[in-house]
Design a protein. Structure first.
Length: 229
């Protein structure tokens, strides 16, 4: 399935953000239960800082600076503390985490991603913690964005999902169909496939369908002639 939304293929942030957004969508469709605590904490800190800034503006506008300067000083200090806490949270706690959740079998999973400057590579780290027994396991891998984005900037979901299912066992268990998907014979063949636009892909699919129908009709005709003979 090809996304109708297009992004700039030379924008590394867009490539990463689009790929990051696809991970929760895919895992949640497999009945994974997402844990929103990291996101909720970040939002609470962010909205808290915004609320303080808005209140500071409001009382300064209504009462004047001289009457509220001590409140403003306290608000600025509190805003700085909350904003600092938000920065620490994103940098040292989240650390690029885009998904935390629990698989249908109870296994906990955490997915974090990153990129490097001027390098179109998607770096993924998956931490897996079994429900019963055994220690946590870390899986690290890196793949090129060209594997699931075509030249026009469309996100192609199938190769992205196959990449995750064939690399992470707990995802493979939840989606055996993707895990068993055939891998292209050569990287060049896969690259050529993604280097065409969505309309061309649709045309190729239609041509294959028409060709199959023509072959089927020809086969029936030959069988009929043989029977008459």
């Amino acid at each position: 399935m090809t996304s109708q939304e297009r992004i700039t293929v030379h924008n590394l942030a867009d490539l990463k953000n689009t790929s990051d957004d696809a991970i929760p969508n895919y895992l949640n469709s497999l009945k994974f239960k997402q844990d929103h605590r990291l996101v909720d904490t970040r939002l609470a800190l962010g909205y808290g800082a915004f609320a303080i800034a808005a209140a500071c503006f409001l009382w300064d506008y209504k009462l004047g600076f001289e009457n509220t300067k001590w409140y403003t000083a306290a608000a600025v200090a509190l805003y700085s503390i909350i904003n600092g806490a938000l920065t620490i949270w994103i940098t040292f706690v989240e650390k690029g985490t885009v998904y935390q959740g629990t698989a249908p079998d109870g296994t906990k999973i955490s997915v974090s991603t990153s990129t490097k400057k001027n390098e179109p590579t998607y770096y993924v780290v998956v931490d897996i913690t079994p429900k019963i027994g055994g220690g946590s396991r870390k899986i690290e891998f890196a793949r090129s964005f060209t594997e699931w984005f075509d030249v026009q900037g469309h996100f192609v979901a199938l190769p992205f999902q196959v990449m995750l299912a064939t690399t992470v066992p707990v995802i493979a268990k939840a989606d055996p169909k993707r895990a068993a998907a055939a891998v292209p014979a050569t990287p060049a063949a896969s690259s050529d496939f993604l280097n065409v636009d969505a309309q061309t892909l649709d045309a190729l699919a239609a041509a294959e369908t028409t060709g199959a129908e023509s072959n089927a009709t020809g086969s029936v005709g030959k069988k009929s002639k043989r029977r008459k003979a």
